[in-house]
Design a protein around this ligand. Structure first.
Ligand code: NDP
Length: 290
């Protein structure tokens, strides 16, 4: 199979590497050096220009938001071939995805939204969970490709359903990270050793991915790697809030989480990692985790 892959960022780069083990993968990236390195090191083919990615059976986009995907669709629309499957692995906006699917359908191109979860480590190890929105037939076609990047691939529903559940599940994670960090800060202030507080949390009902994996390294070892941009997490929670709004759902926790993450992004800036919201919680309390 010939696959065009657009967007070799933290997630896209390793995903395209796995695909290149079995398929002919044509890579394009805005910053060309990354695509050149991919071709050099991982046996993919460097697209001479963006349009060259369209001469393929499958196109994959892995970009920050639906806005960038839309820009790429605009540019590729004159070049796409009928019968192509477009897989958008971006954590995007389901409403935009439906419009994109309709635009591509006019050209005979099928579209699925297929965002991923599992972080950069999941992309590196091909253990991602991938949630797909689209028809059953297109899901089967997409699964045949995506199985090289992920371990669990689930059909979420019709077009947009993958993007919808992705932003909702990330909102759950955001609220959990925030609440866990808040309660750990109170424990510390009360005089309980942070390591002990985490050990008890992880042996009890407050246990989560945040308490087991995400927070200990940051709070105990003071290592704050950039693995998932806060800007991307904020974008996901804002999309989730807009879904709730559109459905007239009463979701005060979601609204509060969105406000806290947007405030944190404004405070920390575009370069921050999402777990750095814990620093904002500390600052709100006139302290730090050091
Ligand atoms: P990165 O910021 O690392 O990569 C973004 C990619 O998009 C880069 O290849 C970048 O190109 C490209 N890009 C940005 N703007 C444009 C543009 N205007 N036109 C064309 N290309 C553009 O992001 P991630 O890989 O971390 O995230 C990608 C998606 O995956 C996001 O939707 C994110 O929410 C989601 N996600 C991320 C996870 C993570 O842990 N990082 C986990 C799960 C999902 P360039 O190299 O030139 O900057």
């Amino acid at each position: 199979m010939r696959i065009g892959f657009i967007g070799l960022g933290a997630m896209g780069f390793p995903m395209a590497r796995h695909l290149a083990r079995e398929h002919e993968v044509v890579v394009w990236n805005r910053t060309a050096e990354k695509a050149e390195r991919h071709a050099r090191e991982h046996g993919s083919k460097l697209a001479s220009e963006l349009a060259a990615t369209a001469d393929t059976d499958v196109l994959i986009t892995m970009l920050p938001t639906s806005r960038e995907v839309d820009e790429i669709v605009d540019q590729l629309l004159p070049h796409v071939k009928p019968g192509t499957l477009w897989i958008d692995a971006t954590s995007g906006d389901p409403n935009v995805s439906k419009l994109t699917a309709a635009r591509l359908a006019e050209k005979g191109v099928a579209f699925v939204d297929a965002p991923v979860t599992g972080a950069t480590v999941g992309a590196e190890n091909a253990t991602l969970t991938i949630m797909v929105g689209g028809s059953a037939a297109d899901f089967e076609r997409a699964r045949d490709v995506l199985r090289l990047c992920g371990k669990t691939i689930i059909h979420a529903g019709e077009t947009g359903a993958g993007h919808a559940i992705k932003v909702l599940t990330n909102s759950i994670m955001g609220a959990t990270v925030w609440m866990t960090a808040e309660c750990l800060l109170v424990a510390k202030r009360y005089g309980i050793d942070l390591k002990t507080a985490l050990a008890i949390t992880n042996a009890g009902s407050g246990r989560s991915n945040a308490s087991e994996n995400l927070l200990p390294m940051r709070l105990l070892e003071h290592k704050w790697p950039l693995v998932f941009k806060l800007a991307h997490h904020d974008k996901d929670i804002r999309i989730a809030s807009s879904l709730a709004h559109a459905q007239h759902a009463s979701t005060p926790m979601l609204a509060l989480t969105q406000q806290l993450f947007t405030a944190s992004l404004n405070e920390l800036g575009e370069g921050a990692d999402y777990i750095e919201v814990a620093k904002v919680i500390a600052a709100m309390n006139g302290t730090s985790w050091d």
